[in-house]
Design a protein around this ligand. Structure first.
Ligand code: COA
Length: 389
């Protein structure tokens, strides 16, 4: 099958956080206009829009999000489709944008992601997020997402001796990175002791082991690689776009101490890109809870099973470490507006590979990876990016 190579030619982000000053439309406009300007295109150039959102109906009473994005960004009559894949909605929207350019059907495609979660109570947000799990077997029985990941953490601790201090070090690192990111929700450095002393949410996960409830939007412009330089001096190639699924319910998984869909998507992505995990310089991984980053580092092949937690605590994944992970601050520090997260991860990797990441720039970053998970691992989407020159 002949497929075209695809590049990112424009990126944009809204400020993440509790955005009382902005509705869904303003968030979309902040990110979308920035991406269009960055790509030096006009709204008339856009041929297709994929818009990721998980639960804007539950959070805001607003469905029909992709057409709203298109309307808000002034795209006249372009086809626009909403992509819902739980917390992996953004990554899945990017994958469909990639496929539509690679296939030759469209040239200029906009991928957006948005969620505004803070207009409901934390309890209502928790119930809406619970819909990413198995409603009948999990949510209806009273489990929450912190509860599901807490069970995975307990199993990881049992199998590999992972400690609460090691989990806390993930949050410390990601708050350090977020401190340097003006788009991030939190600009507050924390210590391991702060994490250990924060209130218990679901044993062993405490408040500071959890990603927050957030508002935010992100956008990308995609184009065929062969014409990408027409739009941007530093286009970033998408070397691979892969995705895998698994059972929604934890109870029927092969293992609770890892996410199989991540391993499968990553192996397919490395094969497609003709690289190994060792070639990756920077990664934005799905740290919805601290244990999720530990499992991701292992499932993506950066560390053997049981070895990542110590490596993170030892600083190997800090900025300019052996591999720089979640330089944006991750979901933990930058925020997790669920439908926007997968797109935001790609925006951060593009900034890093272009050399535009300001205070948090990783030296010599040539190849990057994004890893976006839906639910407790029923969906995993992995993208690999590289500089085009
Ligand atoms: N990290 C750091 N600080 C947080 C935080 C987090 N995850 N969540 C809340 N805070 C802070 C708030 O900013 C607030 O600070 P302030 O008092 O200085 O203003 C304080 O803690 C209390 O916030 P509140 O909104 O009342 O917390 P909460 O107890 O209602 O909610 C959680 C906390 C952890 C339950 C909520 O953030 C949560 O559900 N997170 C997980 C989200 C999730 O499951 N996402 C999908 C993953 S798959």
């Amino acid at each position: 099958m002949i497929m075209r190579e695809v590049a990112v030619v424009g990126v944009g982000l809204s400020k993440f956080g509790e955005r009382w000053d902005a509705g869904l439309k303003e968030l979309m406009a902040e990110a979308g206009v920035a991406a269009i300007e960055d790509a030096h295109i006009s709204s008339n150039d856009v041929e297709m829009l994929f818009g990721g959102t998980m639960a804007s109906g539950r959070f805001m009473g607003q469905e029909h999000i992709a057409a709203l994005m298109s309307d808000q960004l002034g795209f006249k009559n372009v086809p626009a489709v909403r992509i819902e894949n739980a917390c992996a909605s953004g990554g899945s929207a990017l994958r469909l944008g990639y496929i539509s350019v690679a296939s030759g059907i469209h040239d200029i495609v906009v991928v957006g992601g948005v969620e505004k979660m803070t207009d409901v109570t934390s309890a209502e947000a928790g119930t809406a997020l619970g819909g990413a799990g198995d409603q009948e077997w999990e949510l209806f029985q009273g489990i929450t997402f912190p509860g599901l990941y807490a069970m995975m953490a307990k199993r990881h601790m049992y199998e590999y001796g992972t400690t609460e201090e090691q989990l806390a070090s993930v949050a410390v690192k990601n708050h350090d990175n977020a401190y340097k990111n003006r788009y991030a929700q939190f600009h507050k450095k924390i210590s391991v002791q702060d994490v250990l002393d924060s209130k218990m949410v679901s044993d062993p996960l405490k408040l500071l082991d959890c990603s927050p409830i957030s508002d935010g939007a992100a956008a990308l412009v995609l184009a065929p690689l062969e014409v990408a330089k027409k739009y941007n001096d530093t286009p970033i190639r998408i070397l691979a776009s892969e995705q895998a699924s698994d059972t929604l319910r934890l109870a029927e998984r092969d293992s609770l101490s890892g996410i199989k869909a991540t391993s499968i998507a990553a192996q397919k992505a490395y094969k497609h890109a003709r690289i190994t995990a060792r070639d990756i310089d920077i990664a934005e991984v799905h740290d919805c809870f601290t244990i999720a980053e530990v499992m991701a580092m292992e499932d993506l092949g950066f560390y053997q099973k049981g070895k990542a937690a110590k490596a993170i605590a030892d600083g190997e994944t800090a900025l300019n470490g052996k591999i720089s992970v979640n330089t944006s601050g991750g979901l933990k520090g930058c925020g997790h507006p669920v439908g926007a997260t997968g797109v935001k991860q790609a925006v951060e990797v593009v900034w890093q590979l272009r050399g535009d990441a300001a205070d948090r720039q990783v030296k010599g970053a040539d190849m990057g990876l994004t890893h976006n998970v839906g639910g407790s691992g029923a969906t995993a989407v992995v993208h690999v990016f590289a500089r085009a020159d």
